[in-house]
Design a protein around this ligand. Structure first.
Ligand code: HEM
Length: 542
């Protein structure tokens, strides 16, 4: 009787849906009576349905078996071969670290397949990198892999598939010219710090380190890419980081969406519209500048990436102003937030480790005195303790959990018989190596001076900017990060000033968390830490 009262109490008219079926006891009674009648009347239909179901199960099992890979390489992150890829996409987006840990625990020295959503990527053991580096140039491509995984087909950077001219120029021209570029960069970095960080005499202030440091990086990037006077245009400097934000926002969001919907749905995001505007703005800077420099031979002798790309181009296409804009855009995107987030991570780790911070501040003071305040490349390179802390932050929070991501352009067989097939994506799990207790004792612990206190000779021979060593923070081989020398020296330049001149504390007493989405590891740009300018510092002036 009680249940009947409850049933009768259910409102039968909803303000939203209008009249609802009246579920009282008599309705249920009628339904109960009608059920056997339905079964009797539709017996043939039901038996047909059960028959179809019985037939479908083995067919589905067979199709699933057929869809499985037959090369014996295990598949991770997909429950069964025919599972819709969207599930793998989401699992990878939110659980990448856990998935890689599972992969390493199960298949440490053998390859496994990782379902990332856009493709099933072959994860190879890191020691194999040595052999992969020896493969002929046309076998594996880094740019085709980066372009796909960073959704270059949506953010307009897929032209990097056509040429590696910008990468070659960064390595062969910009990097050797760093000692010449340094004074121009350091002056601007210093002004940006003075203008944007708390001033002398001010109390503790909350600061968003990523957002403030990115202003310094944007200055360094515009000097190296464009040179003066255009590098001092405030709109161009701002464009550097706004553009990068939009590039990465598109990638972060669209990596959740199945490929066949991406080209349409991307237009529903504000980032795509903003990015289209940013590309036009960048064209407005680069295209007239490129034409001017092409027509004025003296201008292309200035030390900056744009001039070198024009001066050393091997084909008409490589000096095409539109192409130059796209390639320059890809360098800006590669170097801006990656560096700012990294530097913020080093600061957060050191603030969380006060003894190490004090030692590094002492190292900076001693070096300043030893070099008589002349901060050049050698001076920055001599900061062994700071270099060690930088390595440790990048070990625990690298830009990407995966390194050495490549696209296989031609079938090839490795010496152990593993076959790489044209069209496959390969990668290695830098994260797994960086957390391997055999390589890094107590791997979860942050130990700023791990490398300095370990083998100092090796540490000096393989500094932060080096591609040698156990963890491949810059990738590896011919196509390792071409901006690593710039990133290393500019990071030190900024860290030396900030660590020497400011006090830091966390807003809630705890180190801000590092976020991981897809394979990307970063400090949230909205994170705040408290900063105050010290009353007394070494008086470093660049
Ligand atoms: C701390 C900051 C940075 C980190 C952690 C970082 C890391 C990386 C990594 C891991 C790669 C992939 C390498 C591989 O696949 O083997 C890469 C590629 C790249 N990086 Fe960096 N990078 C940083 C700063 C920079 C800077 C400052 C620039 C430019 C000035 C830059 C430009 C590039 C470019 C253009 C590529 C693509 C190379 C290609 O397509 O072959 N990066 N970076």
């Amino acid at each position: 009787m009680a249940s009947q009262e409850v049933l009768n109490a259910v409102p039968t008219v909803s303000p939203i849906w209008g009249e609802l079926p009246h579920f009282n006891a008599s309705t249920i009674g009628r339904f109960n009576a009608a059920l056997p009648a339905f079964v009797v009347n539709n017996q043939t239909l039901l038996s047909k349905l059960s028959l179809y179901l019985l037939l479908a199960i083995p067919l589905l099992l067979y199709a699933n078996k057929k869809a499985e890979y037959d090369d014996g390489i295990p598949l991770l992150n997909r429950k069964f071969a025919l599972e819709p890829r969207i599930f793998a996409r989401f699992r990878w987006a939110f659980n990448s670290r856990k998935i890689l840990d599972e992969g390493y625990a199960k298949y440490r020295d053998q390859p496994y397949r990782l379902a990332k959503g856009h493709a099933d990527v072959l994860v190879l053991p890191e020691p194999w990198i040595h052999e992969l580096n020896k493969l002929p140039l046309h076998c594996i491509s880094s740019r085709k892999s980066h372009s796909t995984s960073l959704t270059g087909y949506l953010n307009g950077m897929d032209v990097v598939k056509e040429t590696g001219h910008h990468v070659k120029m960064l390595l062969s021209r910009v990097t050797p010219a760093l000692p010449v570029l340094l004074p121009n960069v350091s002056k601007r970095v210093q002004t940006t710090i003075n203008d944007n960080f708390p001033k002398q005499g001010e109390d503790w202030k909350p600061v968003k380190p990523v957002q403030e440091i990115v202003l310094c990086i944007a200055q360094a990037v515009t000097v190296s890419l464009f040179g003066p006077p255009i590098c001092d245009t405030p709109e161009l400097v701002e464009l550097c980081y706004v553009f990068t934000e939009n590039v990465f926002s598109i990638m972060f969001v669209m990596r959740f969406v199945p490929y066949f919907l991406q080209h349409a749905l991307v237009w529903l995001t504000p980032f795509k519209w903003r990015l289209e505007r940013n590309w036009k703005q960048l064209e407005g800077f680069v295209m007239p500048e490129a034409r001017k420099r092409k027509e004025t031979p003296g201008l292309v002798k200035e030390p900056n990436l744009l001039s070198w790309m024009i001066d050393e181009a091997k084909s008409e296409e490589e000096t095409d102003p539109w192409m130059l804009t796209r390639l320059i855009g890809s360098v800006i995107a590669g170097g801006t937030y990656s560096s700012a987030a990294f530097i913020s991570g080093v600061i957060a780790d050191l603030v969380n480790s006060p003894d190490a911070l004090a030692e590094i501040q002492e190292e900076i003071r001693e070096t300043h005195a030893r070099i008589n305040g002349q901060w050049d490349m050698d001076a920055f390179n001599s900061l062994d303790k700071l270099d060690s802390a930088m390595k440790e932050t990048s070990r625990l929070a690298p830009g990407s959990l995966l390194v050495y991501s490549r696209y296989v352009e031609e079938d090839c067989t490795l010496s152990n018989g593993t076959q790489l097939k044209k069209g496959q994506f390969i990668t290695t799990s830098g994260h797994s190596t960086a957390h391997d207790a055999d390589l890094f004792p107590d791997p979860e612990k942050y130990d700023a001076l791990r490398y300095y206190n370990g083998n100092l000779e090796k540490h000096r021979a393989q500094p932060f900017r080096s591609v040698e060593g156990e963890d491949h923070r810059w990738g590896a081989g011919r196509w390792a990060c071409p901006g690593r020398f710039i990133a290393s020296v500019v990071s030190k330049m900024i860290l030396v000033k900030l660590l020497d001149e400011y006090d830091f504390k966390f807003t809630d007493g705890k180190r801000p968390a590092t976020s991981v989405v897809h394979e990307f590891v970063f400090m949230d740009p909205g994170t705040k830490i408290m900063m105050r300018r010290k009353e007394k510092s070494s008086g470093i002036v660049y």
